[in-house]
Design a protein around this ligand. Structure first.
Ligand code: HEM
Length: 449
């Protein structure tokens, strides 16, 4: 009798779960244009099918774009205006929590609501520290030019970016640019291996040390940093404050180094095969005076570099290195209206702001949406109260690097994306004024070592 009861309960439960799953997969969101759903795998199955139809390690954003195109580019939902329900911004998706082991549970990346400042933060000490850290970068480039070695720009820029963030956030030298990788600072070596716990311990030690310095030193002697500014009003350094500060520092390192590195690599790639753009930059900036003027007059000179600013914007439009993911709980009643007039309730759905799609939309950018032709418009740092806090630092760094490297050095891309050469060994221009590439360069989904 009891066995019969168990069997009946199990059958009922399975039927209930099956019906819920069927509803969830095939009924609940049926009004939103989409590719066929699989009962168990959802859209993962069709994602896999698309993935196998092209270069296997291409970035998932590229696959999303192909999926979107295959169903006739249905409306993109842009939630950029305040709504009654969410006057500041739509809540972040809980998917960010998979990064908690690396950046901590109180990370700014998971916070809601408005920051004190709504845009990227800029401080006057950014520029001098940037110029200081760049000296090692220029010296290394000069050495490589003399040796004639082929080298990876990614490593150089990534190390520079780490050093800039270390100086801006903590006023420490992370020694990321040390020529011998085994002598790089410990935080850098641990970061590359994603050894989160040990990074946390090291950063907490630095914070305690910096706080002690802050309380001892006379204002004028101190090296400024974002952490020092944040702690200066605190009367005591509680364990909670140390822990939360460490979470923010690790978030800055995590969110800031790869994004800027990727953007700069793409900018140099585009410049290396677009001679008219390189010429425009070279006409605009003279490296002999840039450094000297920057030291004396600050970054107002950078704002006047209109063409470089356009190059950065256009690079971030076509090759956005980051995005954001949002979600409202089921039952919230978060409804958006598409340009076509249709309304969609998006509760319970993970909303991914896929900038590769948004910023290449032919309805906005026309038939040449996929071509790199500065100037342009975009949202790579996202918008609203939780938009990228590092955008000013990123822009400053990119402007200075491009202004000097593009003018001072000749550079070509080797390997994937290198230019096709004619019988005289010269690159050939296509109809858009860019050099033809042999294999096309693409963003890959990075595998952790
Ligand atoms: C080209 C360079 C960069 C791009 C394209 C970029 C893009 C973004 C995007 C799209 C977001 C998500 C915003 C949202 O959720 O609405 C973000 C957040 C963030 N970024 Fe950046 N970022 C860049 C550089 C940096 C740098 C250099 C730093 C730090 C030094 C940084 C620190 C952060 C932080 C801490 C957040 C979380 C902000 C918050 O939730 O309040 N980013 N970034």
């Amino acid at each position: 009798m009891f066995e019969l009861f168990l069997l009946a309960t199990a059958t009922l439960l399975v039927s209930y779960l099956y019906a819920r799953l069927r509803y969830w997969r095939f009924t609940q969101y049926v009004h939103i244009s989409q590719l066929p759903n699989h009962l168990l795998w959802g859209h993962l199955k069709v994602f896999g099918e698309f993935m196998y139809c092209g270069i296997l390690d291409r970035h998932p954003d590229r696959i999303f774009e192909e999926m979107w195109e295959s169903i006739g580019r249905p409306p993109i939902m842009l939630i950029s205006k305040p709504t009654k329900l969410f006057p500041l911004s739509v809540p972040k998706s809980p998917t960010w929590t998979h990064m908690v082991p690396l950046i901590g549970s109180t990370s700014i990346l998971g916070r809601e609501g408005s920051r004190l400042n709504t845009c990227g933060t800029s401080y006057p000490f950014f520029l001098p520290l940037l110029l200081e850290k760049m000296e090692t970068f220029w010296n290394r480039l000069d050495q490589l030019i003399v040796s004639g070695e082929e080298f990876s720009l990614e490593t150089l820029i990534s190390n520079l970016t780490f050093d800039v963030i270390g100086a801006a956030v903590l006023a420490v030298d992370l020694h990321a640019q040390h020529i011998d990788p085994s002598k790089q600072g410990e935080i850098i070596r641990l970061f590359r291996q994603l050894l989160a716990k040990r990074i946390d311990i090291l950063i907490k030690n630095i914070i305690q040390h910096k706080y002690a310095e802050l309380k001892e030193e006379v204002d004028g002697n101190r090296r400024q940093s974002i952490v020092a500014l944040g702690l200066q009003e605190s009367e005591a350094l509680t364990p909670q404050l140390v822990s939360e500060t460490s979470d923010q520092v690790r978030s800055f390192l995590f969110a800031g180094h790869d994004t800027n590195t990727s953007a700069l690599q793409w900018a140099f790639y585009e410049l290396s095969h677009t001679p008219r753009a390189l010429k425009a930059i070279r006409d605009e900036s003279d490296p002999r005076i840039i450094c000297a003027t920057l030291v004396h007059k600050g970054d107002s000179l950078l704002l006047r570099m209109h063409y470089i600013n356009a190059v950065i914007k256009e690079t971030l439009r076509l090759h956005p290195p980051a995005g954001t993911v949002r979600m409202t709980e089921p039952g919230t009643g978060f409804t958006v209206r598409a340009a076509t007039g249709e309304e969609y309730c998006l509760d319970g759905l993970i909303m991914y702001s896929c900038q590769s799609i948004i910023q290449r939309d032919p309805n906005v950018y026309g038939d040449t949406a996929d071509d790199w032709h500065p100037p342009s418009a975009w949202r790579p740092f996202e918008r609203g109260p939780r938009a990228c806090i590092g955008s000013e630092l990123a822009n400053l760094e990119s402007r200075v690097i491009i202004a000097i490297v593009a003018r001072k050095y000749d550079f070509i891309k080797t390997g994937l994306g290198e230019s096709a050469l004619d019988e005289n060994g010269l690159p050939m221009l296509n109809g858009k004024g860019q050099y033809k590439s042999k294999p096309e360069l693409y963003n890959a989904s990075q595998k952790l070592e």
